[in-house]
Design a protein around this ligand. Structure first.
Ligand code: NIG
Ligand code: FE
Length: 413
């Protein structure tokens, strides 16, 4: 969408753009008060960045847009997403409704393994097209940054293929894609009964190749009984470190194996899921600045009853992010806004925590905490204009409020 407001051309050598008459949801921790709110304010944009912001007299600009008293927030960030896959797992959904567990289905060759087969069998175009449709659904809600994981290829060729497609999506769509290598997601069939040999391949070939081609921003693991042991994940993290790649982990999703502590030991960006993380282990996340990524879509879809240790996270001051975990098995959810609502209703987050979880802390969970996620001078001008009466509306409704406009790097989309 182009700017729906008439531009006023005022001359050169002045501020490029000004959005005036807006309530700024800055979320800047240096601003006191709920949501870091700056009412009746303006925001200046120069070269894709936030140049200035304030209340009262605004500077002149080449183009001035009247925000009509609406709210302006940072672009939303989905920091945990398995966007690219082949096939469809609707049948598995039926089995789970009939009472079969996720683990049972995985052990019988369904689950992730079935998506791996379908992903390997799909053409590049099929993978791109399916992911593009899901990506557009996310962007329509005001998302401007998306993490994209591999993890359904599970071979050198297919893991790298998926990461290349993720990069192509980032070039074709108005979004920043953060790529994550999740080769240690599940055991591929050709390594049946030999998971250590697969971890050798991950550490000695896949991670070096992804790093060499600059295809991954981070390395992820699935530390779980149906995934990989903490010892195997440690080897993956050591290889990532040797190639100067940061790490994160799917940990404590179905059981407590101590994966979160391991991620923290490697100063990981985030620990994700964490329903089975014990409250007494939460403080170990604090010194490394590791973000706790809450994935209520998977909790909901698996009908999980074990709650993540929210109060312990709050008390320890561990930042909480919220993401979709969009994937064909445990979280077929292409709505970050619904994830925000679920985080409030299912996990008891406040609407402000939930909004910070998809902006300020989601940026931190992707290593982007110094450039995205809050409205502050020098940060990227990824912005969403909302026709709402209060920021809590962003977590409250299901598909009630859509963005009035979205800007990425200062460009209207
Ligand atoms: O985040 N936990 C492992 N990975 C995904 C599920 C992937 C799948 O079932 O296809 C998750 O929940
Ligand atoms: Fe996941």
């Amino acid at each position: 969408m182009r700017s729906p407001w008439p531009a006023t051309v005022k001359g050169l050598n002045m501020l490029e753009q000004l959005i005036e008459n807006v309530h700024l949801i800055t979320l800047d921790p240096e601003r006191e008060g709920a949501y870091g709110l700056l009412p009746n304010a303006w925001l200046g944009i120069q070269e894709g960045k936030i140049h200035s912001l304030g209340q009262g007299d605004a500077p002149e600009a080449e183009m001035t847009v009247d925000g009509q008293g609406q709210f302006l927030s940072p672009g939303l960030i989905d920091c945990h997403n398995h966007l690219i896959w082949g096939g469809n797992r609707a049948e598995e959904f039926e089995w789970r409704l009939q009472g079969r567990s996720y683990q049972e289905i995985a052990q019988a060759g369904g689950g992730i393994a079935s998506t791996v087969k379908a992903t390997r069998d799909a053409s590049d175009e099929e993978l791109y097209q399916g992911a593009a449709e899901r990506l557009q659904t996310l962007l329509d809600e005001g998302v401007t940054t998306v993490e994209v994981k591999s993890g359904y290829g599970l071979s050198l060729e297919h893991e790298l293929r998926v990461l290349r497609i993720a990069k192509q999506l980032g070039e074709a769509f108005p979004v920043q894609i953060s790529t994550t290598l999740l080769a240690a997601h599940a055991l591929p069939p050709e390594f049946k009964d030999n998971s250590d040999a697969y971890i050798d391949l991950v550490c000695e070939e896949i991670i070096p190749a992804a790093a060499g081609e600059n295809l991954a921003d981070c390395v992820d693991v699935f530390c779980e009984g149906v995934g990989f042991s903490p010892e195997q994940c440690r080897r993956v993290f050591e290889s990532a470190r040797a190639h100067r790649l940061p790490v994160k982990g799917h940990v404590e999703q179905l059981s407590d194996l101590g994966g979160a502590k391991l991620v923290a030991e490697f100063h990981g960006w985030s620990v994700d899921h964490i329903e089975y993380l014990r409250p007494e282990d939460v403080p170990s996340l604090k010194p490394s600045g590791t973000v706790a990524v809450l994935l209520p879509g998977a909790f909901y879809s698996l009908k999980e009853t074990q709650m993540p240790p929210i109060q312990a996270l709050r008390e320890a001051g561990v930042p909480m992010a919220v993401a979709t975990d969009l994937n064909p098995g445990t979280s077929p959810l292409a709505s970050l806004r619904l994830a925000m609502n679920q985080a409030c209703v299912l996990f008891g987050l406040t609407p402000e925590e939930s909004l910070r979880g998809v902006s300020q802390y989601a940026a931190q969970a992707l290593g982007l905490g110094k450039q995205k996620g809050i409205l502050r001078i020098g940060f990227d001008a990824d912005l969403v204009l909302w026709n709402i009466k209060h920021p809590s509306e962003l977590s409250y409704g299901f598909n009630l409020v859509k963005p009035a406009a979205v800007l990425r790097n200062g460009a209207w989309i």
